[in-house]
Ligand binder design. Structure first.
Ligand SMILES: [Zn+2]
Length: 286
């Protein structure tokens, strides 16, 4: 079902309702960065064969949830194709508590462009279609932007604690390999204008979609500093496919409590718990 946004009165009603669970305090967190020599002592997982043709099925329509019987620790049993959720050794999200300094990584170079907003409530999250929203050079490799979606609280933890929310910018290269840029959203005094554009047209019910003439570029939600933590992980939703290149930005962007509540009224919790590192290294540029 498609409809054009006329839902601001609904949002106005929701804003007055209470926060449904508490979130971490919104302070920036620093983690220790260790040298390559120190890092060499840490064992590393052997590479697994590349996933060919993996599209971006970040949110499939099958019976999995974040709470109750279909909750995250059962995902691997819900469907055979979700086995990696249980048996995978390079799963996401993770707690990022230290990172290895490296000179090898090039900066993230986003080359995004504005497209009319096309927003889907897929029953698991709010999904913004960005198929024509440009591309990014990620470690000097070209990935096209596919979509953006949101989690609350953040899926990745920084030094043991989550932020209020996390936005995921999903990219794919020509072979279908995925690279996801994670942007931490922390509670602050001010409304985030990029979030406000999207929230103004939030589809309130599962499988509802809103199309709008409002133009949106993914660059609007990026922080000024694009320094990141990088590691090899997985989709954080079934089928939990691995071979996903993760880029969690260090600098959070602010959202207001009002904006957080409007999302939580639709999705009180939609974050997978953190997963074991299993010897993986998180890297950051020196
Ligand atoms: Zn996600």
């Amino acid at each position: 079902m498609k409809k054009f946004p006329a839902i601001i009165p609904v949002i106005t009603v929701l804003v007055g309702m209470p926060v449904m669970f508490s979130v971490a305090s919104a302070i920036d967190r620093q983690i220790p960065v260790i040298s390559k020599d120190e890092a060499a002592k840490t064992s590393k997982q052997p590479p697994t064969p590349a996933l060919k043709g993996e599209h971006a099925p970040v949110h499939r329509q099958t019976s999995w949830f974040y709470v109750g019987e279909g909750a995250a620790h059962h995902w691997g049993d819900v469907d055979q194709s979700y086995a990696a959720c249980k048996t995978g050794q390079s799963q996401s999200p993770i707690n990022i508590s230290r990172a290895v300094a490296t000179e090898e990584l090039n900066d993230l170079d986003p080359q995004y462009q504005a497209v009319p907003l096309n927003i889907l409530n897929n029953g698991h999250t709010i999904h913004v279609d960005l198929e024509k929203g440009g591309h990014a050079l990620i470690n000097s490799k070209r990935y096209r932007l596919v979509q953006m979606h949101f989690h609350t609280p953040s899926e990745h933890y920084i030094d043991g604690a989550p932020y209020a929310m996390e936005a995921h910018l999903v990219h794919a290269d020509e072979q279908g390999q995925l690279a996801v840029v994670g942007i931490m959203l922390k509670l602050g005094e001010h409304q985030n204008p990029a979030i406000e554009k999207i929230w103004a047209a939030l589809p309130g019910k599962p499988h509802e979609q809103t199309l709008s003439d409002t133009l949106f570029s993914a660059s609007e939600i990026l922080p000024a500093n694009l320094a990141d933590y990088r590691y090899d992980g997985s989709l954080t939703t079934p089928p939990c496919s691995e071979q996903v290149s993760w880029h969690v930005l260090k600098q959070p962007v602010e959202i207001s409590r009002d904006q957080l509540v409007r999302f939580q009224m639709l999705f009180p919790v939609n974050a997978r718990p953190i997963q074991p590192l299993n010897g993986r290294q998180v890297k950051t540029r020196q």
